[in-house]
Design a protein around this ligand. Structure first.
Ligand code: ZN
Ligand code: ZN
Length: 191
């Protein structure tokens, strides 16, 4: 994919979290391009060990899948360990390296999930949202659903209007707000 898009230079590699589908090739990218690897401190050790953790399911089906199949094959998702250069916590500005962008901690899908806010209107949210369903952005997998909803609140407060999940297509602020209100209202009802 990098070749197809004529990308011959990668200065920074931001890992939104360390699940296999997001971090398995980090070492290759680092070795080939000398990229500076950025990861959240909660999963820095996992990256150093190349240790993949599978997330919990958020729906009965995905929960069953993880509990019955996932945990038995978890170690098969391990990948080549990768050293990191920068570990971030709640906020990290990229201004010093020439980008009008910053990273914020948006945990829930995993404890280390981070989102990249670009030009104050685009949020690259990775797996904090899913873009494959028409009416729902709620990911099928999340270790801490409560934290995830708080992260949605944080994302809404950035003022971004465009949200880019890693899986599926682009979502807008209205869609996220609608999903957020639905989750908050159902939580209030269940109190
Ligand atoms: Zn993930
Ligand atoms: Zn993913």
């Amino acid at each position: 994919m990098l070749k197809e898009n004529n990308i011959n230079n990668i200065g920074y590699l931001i890992l939104t979290h360390t699940h296999h589908d997001h971090a398995a090739n980090a070492r290759k990218v680092k070795d080939k391009y000398g990229a500076i690897v950025i990861v959240h401190k909660n999963e820095a050790l996992q990256l150093l060990n190349g240790e993949a953790k599978l997330p919990q399911g958020t729906h009965p089906l995905t929960r069953t899948l993880i509990n019955w199949v996932g945990k038995r094959v978890e170690s098969r998702f391990d990948y080549e360990p990768c050293p990191y250069d920068i570990d971030v916590e709640s906020f990290f500005s990229l201004k010093d390296i020439g980008f009008n962008a910053y990273l914020i901690h948006t945990p829930g899908h995993s404890s280390s999930s981070i989102s990249l806010i670009v030009d104050d209107y685009i949020a690259i949210v990775s797996d904090a949202m899913i873009g494959v369903f028409k009416n729902s952005v709620y990911p099928p997998y999340a270790d801490n659903p409560k934290e995830l909803i708080s992260s949605w609140e944080k994302l809404l407060s950035t003022g971004c209007t465009v949200f880019l999940p890693s899986h599926g297509s682009i979502k807008n602020e209205k869609q996220l707000r609608k999903n957020y209100s639905k989750k908050i209202n159902s939580k209030i009802k269940n109190l």
